[in-house]
Design a protein. Structure first.
Length: 210
């Protein structure tokens, strides 16, 4: 199964992608994690991307599509994959189509801006392995410590309140039109935000017929 997860920054795409990855036995291709790895390793692509990410702006399409295409050619993607964080614009969606990258379903996580602002204030990430947590909803076992690798958790610059508002504006302008784009292709499934992470996962699996 080849899926896209759509939703505003902080809608829970990364968390849900991890859960779906286990349930469906397919890898999650997180643009954020791929880019952050490139930034951490100081690659030319990573350095280019870093300036955009630090400002809460979108990374240029050619960088994104190139990274994604390479990743999808790896053997673990043969049975399918979940794309998290791409496409973010109609231009990217069209570029993916041109590159011959097709999807079975596009799941849109629906959540209000107010909830996003509240949620992202509590988000913490591991700079070492990219794992994501929330101080209330998905806390680590030990405060401030990553469950997966033991790294020290941080609040990313792009989770700061002013940046969150700016990212939401960009989302509504640039990314939200993708819902209509994929609805026209008969691929869109909207999932309303649920009170718990588990309930949201169940709602997604229902629309996927699982």
């Amino acid at each position: 199964m080849k899926l896209i997860l759509l939703g505003a920054p902080g809608a829970g795409k990364g968390t849900q992608a991890d859960i779906l990855c286990e349930k469906l036995d397919i890898p999650t291709i997180s643009t954020g994690n791929i880019l952050r790895a490139a930034v951490k390793n100081g690659t030319p692509t990573g350095l280019k991307a870093k300036a955009f990410m630090d400002a809460g702006q979108l990374v240029p399409d050619e960088v994104i599509i190139g990274i994604i295409s390479e990743r999808l050619e790896e053997p673990d993607c043969a049975k399918g994959y979940i794309l998290d964080g791409v496409p973010r614009t109609i231009a990217q969606a069209e570029a993916l189509e041109k590159a011959g990258i097709a999807f079975d379903c596009v799941v849109s996580l629906e959540i209000s801006d107010e909830e996003i602002c509240e949620r992202m204030g509590g988000r913490r990430v591991c700079p070492d392995c990219g794992a994501s947590y929330h101080v209330v909803a998905v806390p680590p076992k030990a405060e401030g410590v990553c469950d997966k690798c033991g790294g020290k958790l941080i609040q990313r610059k792009d989770d700061a309140p002013e940046t969150v508002k700016s990212r939401l504006e960009v989302y509504h302008k640039e990314t939200e039109p993708l819902k209509a784009f994929y609805a026209e292709r008969g691929l869109l499934k909207a999932v309303e935000n649920q009170p718990t992470v588990e309930a949201t996962s169940q709602a997604i699996l229902r629309v996927l017929g699982r």
